[in-house]
Each structure stands twice: as structure tokens, then as C-alpha cells.
Write a protein that binds this ligand. Structure first.
Ligand SMILES: Cc1cc2nc3c(=O)[nH]c(=O)nc-3n(C[C@H](O)[C@H](O)[C@H](O)COP(=O)(O)O)c2cc1C
Length: 187
């Protein structure tokens, strides 16, 4: 079983992207994984500056990311890109937090699909030497209304949850392959 850190990248109290993060956390926890959810609305970070050190919240984020075997990033789609809050959080992190780890990207968009933010997020993950999961999750348009409810209420909704379950399964399969100790390194 793995340690998975989720960064919920919205700065909005009732964010659908954060509900999606909680949904993923619930499913992965029920499968036996240890999940830490770092919600940037509840734990806001100061604007990153290379001149300043990391404050307590940033250190907590860095620690959660260091401990993680695999990572999930969720974001609202803002102006065809990721949220400023998530980009700011990622600026506190580096290759030591991502290298060789499976990373799943999830976005919530006002339009039918939020692929633009997902592509940009995957480019950042590549830059940090994370390994993008082959499937991503885009929640768009009317689908977002499902995520204005509590997770238990939409657990059995078929269409979108089937797609989310599949993407989560592909992600955890990749993550478990990447976390298996290499025989040469254990002997
Ligand atoms: C500043 C801003 C920019 C946005 N830009 C886009 C956009 O480019 N494309 C889009 O589909 N929706 C856009 N939206 C709508 C959000 O993506 C949508 O409301 C999303 O569900 C917000 O996610 P959240 O529920 O996690 O806050 C924008 C919203 C805001 C506030």
C-alpha cells in the first residue's frame, strides 16, 4: 500500500475540484492507501519568493510531498491554465518531491472540458521529473454539479464516476509499479 499526497489547488471554499480531490482520497483510502490531502483553501501559502524561506504551511507541504510515493494535483481551470494558488504551491517544490513518482492531474472547468489546464499541469510535472499517469480527469460544465454534493451522494452515479474510477485505477497501478523496490537496489 502506498502513501499518496493530494494537493487541492483551489482557493475557493466549495470548490468542485477540491470535492473531486476528496472523492479520490475517499476511494484510495478505502483501497488501503494512506492519503494526505493538502487543501490550499484551508492551508493557504504565502506568495513564493526565492528570497524568503518556507513558512510552517510550506514546510508541511514539502514534508507531505517528500513522504509521498505518488501524487494527485487538482485545479480549477482559470484562463485556460491552472490556478495561481496551485502554481504558487508548486513553486515551493522541486524535483526531489516529484522525481520518479506517478502523478495524476485533475481539473474542473466551466466549459465542457478542461484539457488546457491539464496539458499545462502535465508539462510542469514533466519539468519536475514526475511521471504523468496516462489518463487524466476533466470535470466540466454540468458535471460539476455532482461535486457540489457530499461524496457519498455521488458515489453511485455511473457515467462520470466510472471514468474517475478508471483513471484512479490506472494511476494506482502505475504508482504501485513505480514503488516496487528494484531487486538490484535491495540486495
Ligand atoms: C478567474 C477565472 C478564470 C476562469 N477561466 C476559465 C477558463 O478558461 N475555461 C473554463 O472552462 N472555465 C473557466 N473558469 C470557470 C472555472 O473553471 C469553473 O468555475 C471551475 O469549476 C472552478 O473550479 P472550482 O469549482 O474548483 O473552483 C474560470 C473561472 C475563474 C474564476
Amino acid at each position: 500500500m502506498m502513501k499518496i499526497t493530494i494537493i487541492a489547488g483551489s482557493n475557493r471554499k466549495d470548490a468542485t475540484s477540491t470535492r473531486a480531490a476528496e472523492y479520490a482520497a475517499g476511494r484510495l483510502t478505502r483501497q488501503g492507501h494512506t492519503v494526505q490531502l493538502f487543501d490550499l483553501y484551508k492551508q493557504p501559502l504565502p506568495m513564493y519568493s526565492p528570497d524568503a524561506g518556507a513558512d510552517d504551511s510550506a514546510v508541511k507541504l514539502q514534508r507531505a510531498m517528500q513522504e509521498a510515493d505518488a501524487v494527485i494535483l487538482t485545479t480549477p481551470e482559470y484562463h485556460g491554465s491552472i490556478s495561481g494558488a496551485l502554481k504558487n504551491a508548486l513553486d515551493y517544490l522541486g524535483q526531489s518531491h516529484f522525481s520518479g513518482k506517478a502523478v495524476l492531474s485533475i481539473s474542473s472547468a466551466g466549459g465542457p472540458i478542461g484539457v488546457s489546464s491539464l496539458q499545462q499541469l502535465q508539462a510542469i510535472v514533466r519539468n519536475l521529473h514526475g511521471i504523468n499517469s496516462p489518463e487524466w480527469i476533466s470535470i466540466g460544465g454540468a458535471q460539476r454539479s455532482l461535486f457540489e454534493q457530499k461524496p457519498a451522494d455521488y458515489e453511485h452515479n455511473s457515467g462520470i464516476t466510472d471514468r474517475i474510477h478508471r483513471a484512479l485505477d490506472v494511476f494506482s497501478e502505475l504508482a504501485s509499479r513505480l514503488t516496487v523496490p528494484h531487486p538490484a537496489r535491495t540486495s
